[in-house]
Write a protein that binds this ligand. Structure first.
Ligand code: SAJ
Length: 401
């Protein structure tokens, strides 16, 4: 059996390597020739624990090869990004382009699977697109939707061990896709239809977004009420049926801050809580930036001089180097737009340098700054020594660990 995966990014590449490690021939396809070249050297272009070894061995053993053009296979896996366009409308043009590339190669009995996060109805839409160009294959292909659910930083483990939800456009498609995933997934495989599987992915990430919004809303209330929100949540969570998540400086990454819009844009009247959660989590980032600006003005009034300011963390969550859709990066940008003559120390222990920000080692920043704002709870910050004279803004709960 041969598998063609379209998209060799954060999910496509690990998935390709995993399938290849199970001694199945994989043709990985990406539009970026640099990515293709890197992978064919047995190297990787993204940071993810254990991915380097998996790709190196798969390429060396000749089970994985990368191409810039789709290759003929029996299974096609679409794993391309689905960003949004305009006013948070889902943009499925990459899924469409990937499908268009596969259409001329399809033959009877092939299996076509979409893994990319997609609005409800995308798989059916792609089935229509395929049959409009290849009417002779109608009813002879298998098509399914199976969302990825892995957590960046733990992808290689979760790809194997997480349960998967698999929804075909018909029962035979579902079964054929289940048989395929059974070859390399140890978690349970749950059968459903394509629309439910699509909605399931959006639901999982929206659920997390809503729960984080609740924690962020509490943090805003507690700030006004002069209550330590971290202590409050710890205590509330002692209740056997309460499990509140952690507030932070907003919600980032390419999934949770994006996927809920795939629901709200299509069902705006019905998705009141989901839409409000997005607003609250976005507002939290704006609020954090305002808090830093306020601390700066208060310091000037109190001490009659300009403070120096450390912004601790740029990544979208702790202990990773990924700055995509990062609220911390947004906050840093917002604060810098308002900068006058203050000195800023931007800290991100997981990256060496950045095009826009000059990165300062965290020990130096903590020592020199008058105001220290923790934006991300990176593990390095856990044991920093903070003298009494510093103004501390702990948006990430670093001091309450
Ligand atoms: N965050 C908080 N408070 C919390 C937990 C997270 O503010 O208590 C913030 C993080 O700092 C970050 C954002 O939320 O900015 C998202 O981080 P995350 O760790 O919750 O999730 P991601 O984006 O890394 O991965 C999510 C996962 N989805 C769920 O947990 C439901 C993952 O399983 C999905 O595969 C992934 O999205 C995806 O690709 O969709």
């Amino acid at each position: 059996m041969k598998v063609t995966t379209i998209g060799l990014g954060y999910i496509g590449l690990p998935t390709s390597a995993l399938i290849a490690q199970n001694k199945i021939q994989v043709c990985g396809v990406d539009v970026n020739p640099e990515v293709v070249k890197t992978i064919n050297k047995g190297e990787i272009h993204i940071v993810e624990p254990d991915l380097d070894k998996a790709v190196a061995s798969s390429v060396k053993d000749k089970f994985l090869k990368a191409y810039t053009e789709p290759q003929e296979a029996e299974v096609y896996l679409v794993v391309v990004p689905t960003p949004f366009k305009g006013n948070h409308e889902p943009d499925i043009s990459y899924v469409e382009a990937a499908t268009n590339g596969i259409i001329p190669l399809l033959k009877e009995d092939d299996l076509y699977i979409i893994e990319s996060t997609s609005p409800v109805g995308t798989t059916e839409k792609m089935a229509k697109l395929i049959y409009s160009q290849r009417p002779e294959l109608k009813g002879k292909l298998h098509m399914a939707y199976c969302p990825e659910r892995v957590l960046p930083g733990n992808v290689m483990h979760e790809l194997v061990h997480n349960d998967r939800v698999i929804g075909g456009v018909d029962k035979q498609s579902t079964q054929k896709a289940i048989d395929f995933y059974r070859l390399f997934v140890k978690g349970e495989l749950h059968a459903t239809n394509a629309r439910t599987a699509e909605m399931c992915k959006l639901t999982e990430n929206s659920s997390r977004d809503v729960q984080i919004a609740f924690a962020n809303e509490l943090s805003l209330i507690c700030d006004k009420a002069d209550i330590d929100v971290w202590e409050l949540i710890k205590l509330a969570n002692k209740h056997p049926r309460v499990n509140i998540l952690q507030p932070g400086c907003g919600v980032g990454g390419h999934c949770i801050a994006v996927d809920p819009y795939f629901i709200t844009s299509e069902f705006p009247m019905e998705s009141q809580i989901i839409g409000k959660a997005r607003e609250i989590n976005n507002y939290k980032s704006f609020w954090c930036a305002e808090q830093v600006k306020k601390a700066k003005h208060d310091f000037k009034l109190k001490h009659g001089r300009t403070p120096s300011i450390a912004l601790m963390g740029l990544a979208f969550k702790p202990n990773i180097d990924d700055l995509r859709e990062s609220p911390a990066k947004y906050i840093a940008q917002k604060i810098m737009q308002d900068a006058h003559d203050e000195e800023y120390f931007i800290v991100e222990p997981n990256i060496k340098d950045h095009q826009v920000f000059k990165i300062t080692p965290y020990q130096e920043a903590v020592k020199k700054a008058d105001i220290i704002a923790f934006l991300v709870a990176h593990k390095e910050f856990n044991d920093v020594q903070l003298s009494e004279d510093k103004v501390i803004l702990d948006f990430a709960g670093v001091l309450n660990k």
